[in-house]
Design a protein. Structure first.
Lengths: 126, 377
């Protein structure tokens, strides 16, 4: 279990793991997020993640989409909603989000960099 | 006193009437002359004294009473004078102590409160139940999100352009593949026809070859048997050789046709190979197009999420501005009322100063005098 005490998600073909190597927190997305409304699972997950990151005063979190084959519109909306929670915080309270994507997957190349514009300077897409 | 005076007066009149009756009766019964004037004087004097003596007693009594009353009034007058003097002093003190300063002070205090209230209702200062900071913060939030929207749309525009270029490349590749397939089909038909002609020629050549062989054999045999007479067959033999030459020529043509067919087939193979390679590349491009369009869809979804949030904030700001507008309208009415009240208070204070000046308070003066606008002399 990670230090945030957040359980991983294994729902249909979607896997979300919270990895903790004692120096970095990484949220890893794998498989396919193609269910009808992934927000039912992802929204509570991101709400808990956001609260725990603030509680533990984590200043940076990695999100790894490299092994995610498919992401539907509702799925990316849930991700966007999580990132936009940062706008409600002061600069001192904010944590940064590093987004890692697979350059061999065209939809990731096209879509994930747009997340960088949600909170400029805080979200880094690599 | 009046009843006593009335009673004696009535008695006096009755005595006078009685005296007149007696005198008249005596004169009538005796026929004598009227009594002498001394009697009348006596009667009247007696009657007068009879009335006057009690009146004198009453007068003395009244005089005593009046003297007492006069003394009392004098004492009262003295006392009133003393009280008046004290009252004047007291009035002055009271005016100074209770009217002049506390009254004006109260009015001035009220005036200050009114002025403070008027200042307080100026927009942007000490507004209760509303904060311009909230409005500005909300406005700033909307501006930031609008900028994000523009940035995202720019990014989407770049992605769409890339998708367009890829799709154009795919379209050109598909056209190339279609042309190659068409050429391949034509070459295939040519090959098919040529192959049929070759079969016919080969068949003919086989027959000719067989006949030539048979004729050449027969000619040789006949020519040898005939001897001198067989020389005519020599002509046949030459014809056979000529046919043999034609056969060789036909075979050369066949070889040439075969080489042409081989060349065409080679080109066909090359084109098919090229088309296969092209198809393979464009297949990857097609997959890339699909992925790009998928990414654009997701990017648009992100933009939509931002726009939705901005829309909600804009709606909230609209309500806030509307409330502000209503609040300021109320403030404007209150300001008008307070300004009117403020003017009344200033006038009231001026009137108070004037009143104090008229009462002779040396410490007060008219409003104009206080302002130095008039000469006190």
């Amino acid at each position: 279990m990670n230090r945030l005490n957040i359980e991983n998600i294994h729902e249909d073909r979607m896997v979300v793991e919270v990895l903790d190597d004692n120096s970095n927190i990484t949220v890893k997305f794998k498989g396919d997020i193609d269910m009808e409304d992934p927000g039912l699972v992802l929204d509570p997950f991101f709400t808990t993640l956001h609260a725990k990151l603030l509680e533990h005063k984590v200043k940076e979190v990695n999100t790894d989409f490299k092994e995610l084959n498919f992401l539907n519109s509702s799925g990316i909306k849930a991700v966007a909603k999580w990132i936009m929670k940062l706008t409600e915080l002061t600069e001192a309270e904010r944590y940064s989000i590093r987004i890692q994507y697979n350059r061999d997957i065209t939809w990731q190349v096209t879509s994930l960099p747009t997340l960088n514009f949600l909170v400029p300077g805080v979200v880094k897409v690599e | 006193m009046n009843q006593t005076f009335l009673r004696y007066g009535i008695i006096f009149l009755l005595l006078c009437i009685l005296s007149i009756i007696l005198i008249t009766a005596a004169a009538g019964s005796t026929g004598a002359a009227l009594p002498p004037a001394g009697l009348e004087i006596f009667v009247f004097t007696g009657g007068f004294l009879l009335v006057l003596l009690p009146q004198r007693k009453i007068q003395k009594k009244n005089t005593t009473f009046l003297r007492r009353l006069t003394d009392d009034l004098a004492q009262r007058d003295t006392r009133i004078a003393e009280l008046t003097a004290k009252l004047e002093e007291s009035d002055a003190a009271n005016v100074n102590a209770s009217l002049r300063f506390p009254g004006t002070g109260e009015l001035e205090s009220r005036l200050n409160r009114v002025e403070a209230m008027v200042r307080a209702v100026v927009p942007g200062e000490a507004l209760t139940g509303f904060s311009f900071d909230d409005l500005l913060k909300s406005n700033e939030f909307i501006s930031e999100n609008t900028k994000k929207g523009f940035d995202i749309s720019d990014n989407l525009s770049g992605s769409a352009k890339a998708a367009f270029e890829i799709s154009e490349k795919v379209q050109n590749g598909i056209q190339t593949i279609t042309g190659a397939l068409s050429d391949t089909l034509q070459f295939s038909e040519v090959i098919y026809k040529q192959s049929g002609q070759i079969s016919d020629v080969i068949e003919i050549l086989n027959d000719i070859s067989a006949k030539i062989n048979l004729l050449s054999i027969n000619a040789s045999i006949v020519s040898a048997r005939a001897g001198q007479h067989g020389k005519t067959f020599e002509v046949v033999a030459r014809e056979i050789r000529r046919l043999a030459d034609q056969t060789n020529s036909s075979l050369s043509s066949i070889e040439e046709e075969i080489r042409g067919i081989q060349r065409v087939i080679g080109e066909l193979v090359e084109k098919i190979r090229s088309a296969a390679a092209e198809t393979s590349d464009e297949k990857a491009a097609l997959i890339s197009v699909v992925g790009t369009l998928r990414g654009i869809t997701l990017g648009v979804e992100v933009f939509r999420a931002v726009s939705k949030l901005a829309k909600e904030k804009a709606s909230l700001q609209y309500e806030l501005i509307q409330s502000t507008k209503d609040y300021l309208s109320g403030l404007r009415r209150r300001t008008d009322t307070l300004e009117s009240f403020h003017a009344d208070m200033e006038r009231e204070i001026g009137e108070m100063h004037d009143t104090l000046a008229l009462m002779g308070n040396p410490r007060a003066g008219t409003t104009e005098e206080k302002n130095g606008n008039t000469n006190p002399a």
